[in-house]
Design a protein around this ligand. Structure first.
Ligand code: C2O
Ligand code: CU
Length: 469
C-alpha cells in the first residue's frame, strides 16, 4: 500500500451509467454481471437476464474440509483452465477459492499439481515456517502429478493471498492466485465481506516492445474477480467489508470511488479510518475498505498510473460497478477496533541496505549490483528489531516484498508516515528511500524481491538469513 495524500486528480464518476445499470438490475432481480473476456476498445455488450444468473461476482469461498474447531483444511488443485477461460485455475476457478480462516487456526492445505510443470504455493504476507513458504531451493517444488501438504498456524488477521513461487511470472499471469482472509473475532461483522481481485492478461513492463501499452500498462481491460466490468449488487442499508488485492504481474491500480473509507492494509486494520481521494495498489498489495450502501450505486475507476512516473499516458478506466437493489438510508460506519498507534521512532542506523537499480531498456534489474541467484545474503537475528533501508535508484517504481516477516514503515524519504503503517509489500516511488523496521518471527532464508514479476524474474530478487539466535 502507498500513502498518497496529495492525489487529487479528476474524479470520473459516470453517474448516468450507474443509474442505467441500477435500472437494469431492478429488472433482473439481483445477480452479478460482467464479461469473462472482451477487448479494451469496445464497451461490453449488456448481458441478458439469463446469463446474469450464471456468473458470480466474487470467487467462491473455500469449504473447510475439517469439521473440528480451530482447524481449516482444504484441497487445492492447480490445473489447466478450460478452453477459452483462464490459462490456469485453482479448483477450477481464477481467482482460486478464497480461504477464510480465523486467527489462531491450524491451516492444512493439500496442494495437488495437475499442471505440466512443477509448482509451489507461497502464502504472501503470512508468517509461516520457512519450509512452508513455497520457495524452491528451500523445499523441492511439487512435480506434475505430485502433492504437498502445507501446514501452519495463522497468527495475523487481515487480507493476504496465495500464489505459486515457481515460474512465478508465468503461473501468476496464467491465473494462479487467490485471496487468504484471516478473520479477527474482535472485528465487527459486516453484512457482506467481499473480495476484489484485480488482474489483466498479458502484462508488460517493456515500453519498447509495446509502445501503446508500455510503462507497466496492461494489455486489454482490467479484470475484477476474473471479469471485465462486473457489477456487485447490494441492498440499501448494507455495510460491506471490501478486501482489494492487486494480483497483477506488473499493472498498478489507483482506485477511486465516492467517499472512500480505507480501513485496512497488508497486515490488518489501519490505526484509524483514512478517507483518501484514491488508494494506489502496486502488484502484490492489498487494502481493505468499508462500503456503506445507501440510495445510489457508483462506478469504481482506476486513474491512469504509470510505473515510470506521471499519470498522463492514458485514460482512466472503469473497473466495476456497485448497484443498489432496494435503496435505503445510508447506514453509519461499523465500529472498527482501530488502535490509534503512531509510528515508531527511527533509530537512525540501518542493519541491511538494499539498493534497487536497473532499466527497462536492458531488462536487467539489480539489488546492490547483484542479480538473483548470485546474491550476498545478509544475516539478522530472530525476534530482534532491525532496520532495513531500501533505496530505489532506478527510473521505475518497485513494489518491494519481504517474505517471512512484516515490517513497519519508519520513513519514506526521511519523513515518517502519517500513521503507523505495517506492511509486507511497499511501493517505492522513483528515487525513493524507505526505512523498514522488522522483528523476524521465524528463522530461515527468506526471499525479498520486487513484486513486478518481470523485474523479479530479471534479477530484482535477493535473500535474507534470519539466524535462530
Ligand atoms: Cu507474493 Cu515472493 O511473493
Ligand atoms: Cu520492480
Amino acid at each position: 500500500m502507498r500513502v498518497d495524500p496529495r492525489a487529487n486528480g479528476p474524479q470520473r464518476l459516470r453517474l448516468a451509467a450507474v443509474a442505467a445499470l441500477a435500472a437494469v438490475w431492478s429488472l433482473a432481480g439481483c445477480a452479478p454481471t460482467g464479461d469473462p473476456g472482451g477487448t479494451r476498445s469496445e464497451p461490453e455488450p449488456r448481458r441478458t437476464w439469463a446469463s446474469l444468473h450464471h456468473e458470480a461476482p466474487t470467487p467462491p469461498d473455500a469449504i473447510d474440509e475439517d469439521p473440528r474447531d480451530g482447524v481449516f483444511a482444504l484441497t487445492l488443485v492447480a490445473a489447466q483452465g478450460p478452453a477459452g477461460g483462464p490459462r490456469y485455475t485453482y479448483n477450477g476457478t481464477s481467482p482460486g477459492p478464497t480461504i477464510r480462516a480465523r486467527l489462531g487456526d491450524a491451516v492444512v492445505v493439500t496442494v495437488r499439481n495437475e499442471l505440466d510443470d512443477p509448482t509451489t504455493v507461497h502464502w504472501h504476507g503470512l508468517h509461516v515456517p520457512v519450509e512452508m513458504d513455497g520457495v524452491p531451493g528451500t523445499v523441492a517444488p511439487i512435480p506434475p502429478g505430485g502433492t504437498f501438504e502445507y501446514r501452519f498456524v495463522v497468527t495475523q488477521a487481515g487480507t493476504f493471498w496465495y500464489h505459486p513461487h515457481f515460474d512465478t511470472e508465468g503461473q501468476v499471469d496464467g491465473g494462479l492466485y487467490g485471496a487468504f482472509v484471516v478473520e479477527d473475532p474482535r472485528d465487527p461483522v459486516p453484512d457482506h465481506d467481499v473480495v476484489l481481485v484485480f488482474d489483466a492478461d498479458e502484462e508488460h513492463t517493456d515500453s519498447t516492445a509495446h509502445p501503446a501499452h508500455g510503462h507497466g500498462r496492461i494489455d486489454g481491460r482490467w479484470r475484477v474477480n476474473g471479469r471485465v466490468l462486473p457489477t456487485l449488487a447490494f441492498a440499501g442499508g448494507a455495510r460491506i467489508r471490501v478486501r482489494a488485492l492487486n494480483a497483477s504481474n506488473a499493472g498498478y491500480v489507483a482506485l477511486r470511488w465516492p467517499d472512500m473509507r480505507h480501513i485496512g492494509s497488508d497486515q490488518g486494520l489501519l490505526p484509524r479510518l483514512e478517507q483518501p481521494e484514491r488508494v494506489v495498489l502496486g502488484p502484490g498489495d492489498r487494502a481493505d475498505f468499508e462500503w456503506l450502501i445507501g440510495e445510489t450505486g457508483f462506478v469504481a475507476t482506476t486513474d491512469s498510473f504509470s510505473l515510470n512516473g506521471g499519470d498522463a499516458a492514458w485514460e482512466s478506466e472503469d473497473l466495476f460497478s456497485v448497484a443498489v437493489e432496494a435503496p435505503a438510508p445510508r447506514p453509519s460506519g461499523l465500529d472498527w477496533p482501530f488502535d490509534g498507534a503512531t509510528p515508531s521512532g527511527d533509530p537512525g542506523y540501518a542493519d541491511v541496505v538494499w539498493v534497487l537499480q536497473g532499466s527497462d531498456r536492458t531488462n536487467l534489474w539489480f539489488i546492490n549490483g547483484e542479480r538473483f541467484p548470485d546474491v550476498t545474503v545478509p544475516e539478522i537475528p530472530l525476534g530482534q528489531p532491525r532496520v532495513i533501508e531500501v533505496r530505489n535508484l532506478s527510473p521505475t517504481r518497485h513494489p518491494f516484498h519481504i517474505h517471512g516477516m512484516n515490517f513497519e514503515v519508519l520513513s519514506v524519504d526521511g519523513a515518517p508516515p502519517p500513521y503507523r503503517m505495517v506492511e509486507d509489500t511497499i511501493d517505492l516511488g522513483i528515487r525513493e528511500t524507505v526505512r523498514l523496521l522488522v522483528r523476524p518471527p521465524n528463522p530461515g532464508e527468506w526471499m525479498a524481491h520486487c513484486h513486478i514479476l518481470p523485474h523479479a524474474e530479471d534479477g530484482m530478487m535477493t535473500m535474507l538469513h534470519v539466524s535462530a539466535h
